[in-house]
Structures are given as structure tokens and as C-alpha cells.
Ligand binder design. Structure first.
Ligand SMILES: [Fe+2]
Length: 286
């Protein structure tokens, strides 16, 4: 059964969130929802998440899943807010404990933070099937950008997370803790072996001046035109290019706040005695 898909582009972080559903009045999954965060004032808002809720109400959808393709480093997740507002089970890839352990050490979280993935309702494993109403979805493990990256396949549509970008932009970076360019190349090859007409839906787009934001391509388009991984590029060529390019990239503006929320399944850090929650900012870590 071919899914219905509605995309929401967040210009502040260039993230695309999705609602995938079987039919109006049916069931849906939310993928990669954003919690707005303004770093200068350190204020969150739910403007982006509320747009998703508005669509869900319009279409009279029942939320079954709220999915993350990976623990994002560029935006905060609204997983927890949406779970409270719209219901549904939260899920992420089964290797999230690896990322939680890494960042628990970096942020020196106390023993109350247990890096076992229990913050999420479910951890999806490679090739695991799950239902969204009448739709059957499959989780596909795609480590490389982070150890915990997953893609979600619904019939001929795959939500690819941070692996491929649109063909003119290439691929996601592989230099975050636990990232690996060799693994990223092999994960991308997994995507590129699907049939040529398979639709690939991006997690990010950083539109250059000559086009507006876009998020849909096909396996055929990526194999022919992706500037980093088109047919004929070897793993070694890719890894040399990726590592060289990653060495020039700045850390994302929201990396430190994002990880502190996203490995808690979209919850803010616990409030202190005065009722205010704080982010920790390690000095000279990066
Ligand atoms: Fe990412």
C-alpha cells in the first residue's frame, strides 16, 4: 500500500519533518519533529510541532508512532511534546545507547541518566517491521552519520535520515562522535540498491541560491547525479572526500543543546530547585 506523505520544512534548521499516513481519518507516524529553540534567549517554542498537530487534526489522523531517524545534532526534537499532545509511541534506532553513553560522558551527566534507551517507548532493530494502520513499515539500520541512524521504508518510499542529501548537495557528515565515513558509504550503498524508481525523502536540505528547498529524489537520480556517491565512486574515494570536507565544517550551532534533549527522547534536562532547566556547555571539548 502506497503511503500518503506530508512534508514540513523548517527554515531555521533546514530540517524536513514528515507525517506519513495510510488514509485521511486513518493512522499516521510522525518522523523527525522539531522543537523550535532560539539560542540567544534560550527559549523553546512549539510553533513547528503545532503545525504537525494542526495537520493531524485536519486529516483526523490517529498517531501510532513518533519516530526519529537518529539523535539529531542540529535541532531539538519535539518527540516528548508531541507524545503528550497527540499520543503515539516514540521510537529510535536500537543503537541509541551507544550515543547516550558517549554524550553522558561528555556532559558528565549524573547516575540518574541511564544510557540504555529506556527514555524511548521502543528501539527499532535492523529489518524490524511495524504497522502504521494499514501500512507496513520497515526499519533499516544505516550507521555512519551516527551509530544509531535508521531509515524507514513504507512501500516504495524511504525516509533516509542523515545519509543522502539532494544530489547537488551530496551526503551527510560523518565526523560526530561515533560517526564513520566507511560505514556511511556502505549504508548509502544499501539505499542505492533499491529499485531505481524508489522515492527517497531527505531529512535535511540546505538549498543553494539557484533553487528552492527540495526533499524528494529517486534511487536512479541519486545514482546518476549525487555529487559524492554517484555510480563509479569507490568507498576509498568517498572516505577521502568525506573526511577532508568534514575537517572544514563547523559544529552545528545547536549541537550541545540538541544532544541534551534528543538523547532524553525530547525531554528537557530536569529542572533545578528553582524550577528552571539548564543546559550544560562543556568548555574546550570540541
Ligand atoms: Fe543529523
Amino acid at each position: 500500500m502506497v503511503p500518503h506523505v506530508k512534508a514540513f520544512f523548517d527554515p531555521a534548521t533546514c530540517t524536513i519533518s514528515y507525517i506519513v499516513f495510510d488514509a485521511p481519518n486513518g493512522s499516521c507516524a510522525i518522523i523527525d519533529p522539531v522543537l523550535d529553540y532560539e539560542p540567544k534567549s534560550s527559549r523553546t517554542s512549539t510553533h513547528s510541532a503545532n503545525k504537525l498537530i494542526e495537520f493531524i487534526h485536519q486529516q483526523q489522523l490517529s498517531v501510532e508512532w513518533i519516530l526519529e531517524t537518529h539523535p539529531h545534532a542540529d535541532h531539538l526534537s519535539s518527540l516528548d511534546y508531541l507524545k503528550n499532545q497527540s499520543g503515539g509511541k516514540t521510537a529510535i534506532g536500537h543503537r541509541i545507547p551507544v550515543v547516550q553513553q558517549t554524550f553522558k560522558e561528555i556532559f558528565n551527566f549524573d547516575e540518574d541518566f541511564i544510557p540504555d534507551g529506556h527514555q524511548f517507548d521502543h528501539l527499532l532493530t535492523d529489518n524490524e517491521l511495524f504497522q502504521v494502520g494499514k501500512l507496513t513499515a520497515k526499519a533499516i539500520s544505516l550507521s555512519g552519520h551516527t551509530p544509531a541512524d535508521m531509515a524507514y521504508q513504507f512501500d516504495n518510499v524511504i525516509f533516509v535520515g542523515d545519509t543522502l542529501f539532494m544530489p547537488d548537495l551530496g551526503t551527510a557528515r560523518a565526523d560526530f562522535p561515533g560517526g564513520n565515513a566507511h560505514q556511511l558509504f556502505r549504508s548509502i550503498q544499501k539505499l542505492l540498491t533499491f529499485s531505481p524508481e524508489t522515492k527517497l525523502l531527505m531529512c535535511h536540505d540546505y538549498p543553494p541560491a539557484n533553487r528552492s528547498a527540495a526533499w524528494e529524489s529517486t534511487v536512479a537520480q541519486q545514482r546518476a547525479h549525487n555529487i559524492h556517491v554517484h555510480d563509479g565512486i569507490s568507498e576509498d574515494e568517498f572516505v577521502i572526500m568525506r573526511n577532508k570536507r568534514d575537517a572544514t565544517l563547523e559544529m552545528p550551532t545547536l549541537l550541545l543543546p540538541s544532544l541534551q534533549v534528543n538523547i532524553r527522547a525530547g525531554k528537557l534536562p530536569p529542572a533545578e530547585q528553582n524550577g528552571i532547566a539548564y543546559f550544560k556547555i562543556p568548555i574546550n571539548w570540541i
